[in-house]
Design a protein around this ligand. Structure first.
Ligand code: DAT
Ligand code: MG
Length: 151
């Protein structure tokens, strides 16, 4: 499905370290299409909905502190197999286990400061996109090189 979409976010450490451009560049050069983008300071309420499966974890309070410590840049990327490919590009949750060449493997060393978020499944992506974006803020547009990246 060439219209598959996923949510990717540069977390506060990634914004502070000026990694936004390099992270966007990786998704652009892979061939995915940017259909939504914004910068915001995350509220605790939004974060608890985003991470609803993690709120009872022991690390959740420090995750809240980290994720609300500064602005995030949140994006929706579209393209063939984008959910799974984005997870591969981002790398494992723990940067210590992340291969070089992944965002986490190239830019981070510790699970509590892993630079970037990407949705983990189609259903998760749909849920997260609805949580972070209003439908009107996601654009349907034709990219001139589409016939060169998918059949
Ligand atoms: P991912 O971000 O790879 O989807 P996740 O959804 O399991 O991983 O967890 C969300 C975030 O929570 C993760 O990016 C960093 C933080 N986190 C997860 N496990 C952690 C742990 N054991 N200690 C500290 N932070 C953790
Ligand atoms: Mg996750």
């Amino acid at each position: 499905d060439v219209k598959e979409r996923t949510l990717v976010a540069v977390k506060p450490d990634g914004v502070q370290r000026r990694l936004v451009g390099q992270i966007i560049q990786r998704f652009e050069q892979r061939g995915f299409k940017l259909v939504g983008l914004k910068m915001l300071q995350v509220s605790e309420d939004l974060l608890s909905q985003h991470y609803c499966q993690l709120t009872s974890k022991p690390f959740y309070p420090s995750l809240v502190d980290y994720m609300t410590s500064g602005p995030v840049v949140v994006m929706v990327w579209e393209g063939h197999n984008v959910v799974q490919s984005s997870r591969t590009m981002v790398g494992p949750t723990n940067p210590a286990a992340a291969p070089t060449g992944t965002v986490r493997g190239d830019f981070s060393i510790h699970v509590s400061r892993n630079v970037v978020h990407a949705s983990d499944s189609l259903e998760g992506a749909q849920r997260e996109i609805q949580l972070w974006f209003q439908g009107k803020d996601l654009l349907n547009w034709d990219c001139c090189d589409q016939s060169l990246t998918v059949e």
